[in-house]
Design a protein around this ligand. Structure first.
Ligand code: NAD
Length: 248
């Protein structure tokens, strides 16, 4: 399918695999044109091609979200092409775990730049046209770690808590313009990111989840798809934990 003028345009970062890929697929299924962004064309390209092959509308671009200049250039390109990005999903993220005394400056800076500052950069460039159009959805993917903290993840927890503050502040700034800003905080989801956990860590995690299973990327995608919908228009400034009951 090719993009038609009635379609809303959604941009999903981290769409090359895992949760972002699942979100891109769900938004395409809901009838949106989806721009799939990830670090490499080899990951986001095939995701956009698969969406098109199954009858959806999508395109892709490799952008390093930690590079402010690259985000600005890509944003200008997308706005020129599409006029407005209606739905922005900030999902790109990395972990660089380590206890504080062993955490390098680079591990701190990379995690903050990729997980948190990237949200600021995309929103700064893409939100103004949403406010002019009086319609927009911004959904930031954070983590339950941003609510609970976690030994060995001070950088990641700080970035994800930062997303919560950013989300609530911008929800207040944009509310009168009908642009909603929410966060989805996944618990432990089966993806390449959590595949790095060893068996003992996985067992410990299952012990903390009342539903006794890890989540699926599609669990996060369906929540995000709802928040992007017309029906979620009166919800803003919220953090939605999707975690099998871990944080209550
Ligand atoms: P993943 O590692 O499988 O995928 C991450 C995606 O982000 C990839 O497509 C990668 O290309 C992209 N990415 C990373 N750095 C980038 C950069 N600098 N520029 C552009 N793209 C970049 O991860 P995932 O498990 O799918 O996680 C997705 C999001 O969900 C992350 O923000 C993560 O923190 C969050 N999250 C995941 C879990 C989980 O259990 N998997 C739990 C809570 C939160």
């Amino acid at each position: 399918m090719t993009e038609d003028s009635e379609m809303k345009v959604a941009l999903v970062t981290g769409a090359g695999r895992g949760i972002g890929k699942s979100i891109a697929e769900a938004l395409a299924k809901s009838g949106h044109h989806v721009i799939c962004v990830s670090r490499s064309a080899e990951s986001c390209g095939p995701v956009a091609e698969a969406i098109q092959a199954s009858g959806g509308s999508a395109e892709s671009l490799a952008v390093d979200v930690a590079d402010r200049n690259a985000v600005q250039v890509a944003s200008e390109q997308f706005l020129e092409q599409h006029g407005t990005i209606d739905i922005l999903v900030n999902c790109a993220g990395i972990t660089r775990d380590g206890l504080l005394f062993r955490m390098s400056d680079a591990d701190w800076d990379d995690v903050i730049a990729t997980n948190l500052s990237s949200c600021f950069a995309w929103i700064k460039h893409l939100a103004r046209p949403m406010t002019r159009k009086r319609w927009g959805r911004i959904i930031n993917i954070s983590s339950v770690i941003g609510l609970m903290g976690n030994a060995g993840q001070a950088n990641y927890a700080a970035a994800k808590s930062g997303i919560h503050g950013l989300t609530k502040s911008l929800a207040k700034e944009f509310a009168a313009r009908n642009v909603t800003v929410n966060a989805v905080a996944p618990g432990f989801i089966t993806t390449d990111m959590t595949a790095e956990l060893n068996e003992a860590q996985q067992t410990a995690i299952l012990g903390m989840i009342p539903m006794k299973r890890m989540g699926l990327a599609s669990d996060i995608a369906s929540t995000t798809d709802f928040l992007a919908s017309e029906g979620a228009g009166y919800i803003t400034g919220q953090i939605f934990t999707v975690d099998g009951g871990m944080v209550m």
